[in-house]
Ligand binder design. Sequence first.
Ligand code: NDP
Length: 461
Amino acid sequence: MTTRSEARLSPTLLPSPSSLDIVRTEIEHRNPAQPEFHQAVREVLETLAPVLAARPEYAEPGLVERLCEPERQIIFRVPWQDDHGRVHVNRGFRVEFNSALGPYKGGLRFHPSVNLGIVKFLGFEQIFKNALTGLGIGGGKGGSDFDPHGRSDTEVMRFCQSFMTELYRHIGEHTDVPAGDIGVGTREIGYLFGQYRRITNRWESGVLTGKGPHWGGSLIRPEATGYGNVLFAAEMLRVRGEDLEGRTAVVSGSGNVAIYTIEKLLALGANPLTCSDSSGYVVDDKGIDLDLLKQVKEVERGRISTYAERRGGSARFVSGGRVWDVPADVALPAATQNELDENDAATLVRNGVKAVSEGANMPTTPQAVHLFQRAGVAFGPGKAANAGGVAVSALEMAQNASRTAWGAARVEEELARIMADIHTTCHETAERYGFPGDYVTGANIAGFERVADAMLAQGVI
Ligand code: NDP
C-alpha cells in the first residue's frame, strides 16, 4: 500500500527498499493484538520517509526499531478490598518507553479498557510530545484496568495505595515521573503520593506531578492541557488570518481536558456548544455554562445528563449519538482514542468546520485525519496540541527541584510561550520537508529529530 508520504516523494528519495514498511510489519508481528499501538506506530512511520531520506544518519539500522521498543514494560497485580470487604484483583502497568531526553514522563490512566497495547500507544505518542516541549523529559505511560466510576473515596484510596505499593520501586524524580490521565486527577495523585511518601520515607515532591497546590503542585497544571489545546487551535487559525473570537466550538468529553478547553474558549470569546461523557452528549444553544459544568462534573462527580436537567430550556441531553453532528466552526475532541471517525469527519466538513485540534490522545482515526487534510481543514495532532499538560508538569518538576512555587501568571505565560513554540516548530518543519500546513508530519518529524539525535549520541543501548 502506498503511504501518504511516499505518494508525494520521488521514488529516488525514499529509503530503499521501503525499510519503514518492513520495520512496521515486524513490529505488528512481534506485538500481536495491540491495535492501538500498531495505529500509533503506523501513523508516525508513515511520515518519517522524508527525514530518513534527507538525513542518512537516521536510517542507521536499528534506530527506528529501538525507538519503537519500550526500554522497560512493567505489569503487576493490584489486589484491593472494597467497602464490603470483597477482594478485587486489577492489573497495573507502567511502560517506560524512552529516556534519551530525560526521565520517563507520562500519565497514569484508570479505566476498564486499559491494557498493555493502550498503554504502549500512549507511551509511544508521549515520546514525541515530550520532545516537542523542549523540556528534557522522556516518554512513558501507565495505568490500570480499575474503574473508579461509582467507587467511594475510601475504595479509590485503597486501590491507589495497593497500586503504589508495587509502582514505587520503579519510579523516582530522576527515573520516572507519572501524572494523571483518564480517571486520575488530583484526588488519586494525592493518595498515590501519600503512599509513596510512607513507603520511602522521603518528601520527594518531584516523583509525581499534578499534585495539589499546597503540597507541591503547580498552579495552572489542571488547566494546562485544555488551555494549551485552545492556544494551539488559535495559532493554527492565526496563520490563516483568522481567530477564535465569535466562533462556535464542539467539544467532546467532560473531564479535566474538556472543562479547561471550554474555559479557555470562553476566555477568548468563542462559544463552546457541547460536552459529552460515555453515555451521550449535551448541546447548549446558549453556550456551555462553565460553573454548572464544574459543579456537576468536578464537585459532584456526576453524569453529564444532570447538566441538561439543571440548565433548563437551552440545553438538551442526547443519549448515545455523535457530538460531531452539532455544526460548529472548530472541533476539539477531548475524551478518548478513536472517538472521531471518517463519518464524523465528513459531517464536520459538510458543516463547515475550519479547525480540529486534539485535546485527547489519538481521538481522530487515520481515515478521518486524511479526510480533514484533503478538505483543507487545519488539523492539530494531539502530540503537539495537547502537550501543554506535560509541559506544565515539567514546570512543576522545575519548581519542586528548586523548592519554589511560581505564581499563576508566570506559569500561564510559560505555557503560552511553549504552545506558540510547538506550533512554530511543527509548522516550520512541515514546510522544510515540503508538506506546508501538515501539522501531523511536522510534529512527527520534529519530535523524531530531537529524540533520534539524542539516541544516536548516546550509543546503542
Ligand atoms: P478525565 O478522566 O478527566 O475525563 C475523561 C472524559 O472522557 C470523561 O468525560 C469520560 O466520560 C470520557 N471518556 C473516557 N473514556 C471514554 C470512552 N471510552 N468513551 C466515551 N467517553 C469516554 O480524563 P482527561 O480529561 O484527563 O483525559 C481526556 C483525554 O485527554 C485522554 O485521551 C487523555 O489521554 C488526554 N490527555 C490528558 C491530559 C491531562 O493532562 N489530563 C494530557 C494530555 C492528554 P465517562 O466519565 O463517562 O467515562
